[in-house]
Design a protein around this ligand. Sequence first.
Ligand SMILES: Cc1cc2nc3c(=O)[nH]c(=O)nc-3n(C[C@H](O)[C@H](O)[C@H](O)COP(=O)(O)OP(=O)(O)OC[C@H]3O[C@@H](n4cnc5c(N)ncnc54)[C@H](O)[C@@H]3O)c2cc1C
Length: 384
Amino acid sequence: MDHFDIAVIGFGIRGLGLITANPELRGHRVLIVDSGRRFGAGAFVRILSESNSNGSDFFNWVDGDGPYGPILDLASVRDLRSRADCFDLQLLAQALADAAEFVRATAPSHWSIARDAVAAVDLPTDGGTTLRFAHGRTVRADRAVLACGVRERRASAYEAVLSSTLLAVPDEARAEELFPGARRFTIVGTAHSAFSALAKLSALGVEAEAVTMTGRSPVRLHYPSYDAYRRDGHPVAEAVPDPTEDVCPRTGQVFRYHGLRNRSRALFGDVSQGRLPVRLVIDPSGESTRREIEAADVVIQATGYVSDLPGIERTGRRVVTAPVALCDGDGVLLDADGRRVEDVYLMGCDPYPYKSRFTDPTVQYIDRGSAVLAALEAGRHANT
Ligand SMILES: Cc1cc2nc3c(=O)[nH]c(=O)nc-3n(C[C@H](O)[C@H](O)[C@H](O)COP(=O)(O)OP(=O)(O)OC[C@H]3O[C@@H](n4cnc5c(N)ncnc54)[C@H](O)[C@@H]3O)c2cc1C
């Protein structure tokens, strides 16, 4: 059986971020495995919409003087990083794919980068992990990092189009053909994916007055600082940040990761100021939402994502129960009872949008890398 020091399962932005933020991993035997069609791009391949973040936010984790420094000179990466506001997410998909290709082309000879699907991660009693692939092959890895991404959770109580499905539709499509005869659209959710769905409906030719947005909690907006938040006036539909919970301790930004920015923020401004005749209902009890869902011809669900993990099994029994997968401060996966699943790390997604101290997912790349490298070094010393 092939044996690696570390297996990275998933080569989307997080797997790529882990690898490129931690060049020291080049000194270890690394397996990277991804079942998708474009290494690096991950879920962004399917999102035909705009970002919430600025292009300049990306690839800051790459050390320009290190072995991955040339990634910063790739044309698509430079183009992305020159955007000081939102951008077409296909630009990010291209930059990530180009960066992943650089990683593949410059990988040490003791690495393996494979296009394959991991069906399960087994936890042998003597430690480490065994990856089982869909076609039966197995591989041993002392440590495994789960960077498998997220999938949109389906709310079962009503028929809905998932926002991820709507956002995969090109702007050139027409609403009359996609939703024949539909007059009333309800978007459930008020985060970036909900406002992206609103923008998509408009691009498809749906009039603003045909749309209602409904959410359980007020809308979170990004601010560069708490002072900037205090200086502004705020509509009633806007969330009030808690200075201890919602201000990033590192940068001082308010609702740093999931607060609306750019186009989504402007759309919220237009809706809340009545410049766009979309009805916005903030409804903690869920009662009005239920009525809006019943009255709508098309319901679009934009209520969040959950981790998309392979089975994690010890002696044939699952140790992590979906839908929510959590890790501790070291990034070690926690089982259903909150105990550490040693040797397995999570590039976290849950709860999504993020509530943990990793208000910025890119902080995870270095944090996880440091924890994994420390564990690999400790293992190395134990074996000598
Ligand atoms: C409109 C919209 C805008 C967004 N804007 C941003 C943004 O600006 N910034 C941002 O950070 N996020 C944004 N997101 C969220 C974004 O989709 C996720 O944050 C991001 O894709 C997560 O990256 P990831 O690497 O964890 O997962 P993914 O991109 O999903 O990559 C996971 C990879 O793992 C592979 N994989 C999964 N399971 C297995 C398995 N069992 N075996 C082998 N391979 C496997 C998949 O093929 C995939 O390539 C946006 C989302 C939407 C809908």
